[in-house]
Design a protein around this ligand. Structure first.
Ligand code: HEM
Length: 179
């Protein structure tokens, strides 16, 4: 997984908890380097181990932590890839363009990058259906990212995010409605 996602997980743990929690998690996960480079791709197993131990330490279920972390990621991710965004996009438009614009760009940056395939259908003016497919089974992160986008675009009170399948499968469907 992209080094940026690891750097943001580190910052998330440091700000929500503290630095020593982060050091403890890396020790438990058997990770020697405490810093991550945005140009390097790190093993997915490290991400599972870090979130798994974080869930153990905090008592918060791993699925919920994935969601919270997904929400937290959004402003930094958008800042990094802001040149790809259009000023008129809000939450639903951003979702509609993530696969073709954002994730396609991420795949080109590094051959080892493998963001999930998102099949996003705009079923009506106020609704999109996202079909997430990834062997990483990080649907919780996807749900969190959608919530984070709604907050980012100042639409959190209007956007309803509803997974219609279990969040930990290889295929997860998420319904997003604007009221
Ligand atoms: C809006 C701008 C977005 C950007 C710039 C972005 C960028 C990225 C990047 C850089 C990765 C790491 C890929 C890798 O290490 O191989 C990633 C992974 C991921 N993205 Fe996105 N993403 C965006 C939107 C979304 C949205 C809207 C969703 C969900 C609906 C989503 C779901 C995920 C998930 C769940 C992963 C974790 C890897 C996996 O499950 O296979 N992303 N994304």
């Amino acid at each position: 997984m992209h080094g940026t996602i690891f750097s943001l997980l580190k910052r998330y743990v440091q700000t929500q908890y503290d630095h020593s929690t982060w050091v403890q998690l890396t020790e438990l996960a058997g990770i020697s380097s405490l810093d991550f480079n945005s140009k390097t791709v790190y093993p997915d197993e490290h991400m599972y181990a870090l979130i798994g131990y974080a869930a153990q330490q905090t008592g918060i279920p791993a699925g919920e932590l994935h969601e919270k972390f997904g929400e937290y990621l959004v402003p930094d991710l958008l800042y990094m890839y802001q040149k790809l965004m259009r000023p008129e996009w809000k939450t639903l438009e951003m979702l509609e363009h993530t696969e073709a614009v954002m994730h396609t760009h991420v795949r080109r940056e590094h051959t080892e990058n493998a963001p999930p395939v998102l099949d996003v259908k705009r079923v009506s003016e106020n609704e999109v259906i996202i079909d997430y497919v990834s062997p990483r089974r990080m649907g919780g992160l996807a749900v969190g990212i959608v919530r984070g986008l709604a907050t980012y675009f100042d639409e959190a009170d209007r956007i309803d995010v509803q997974p219609t399948t279990s969040e930990d499968g290889e295929r997860v469907q998420i319904r997003v409605r604007r009221n």
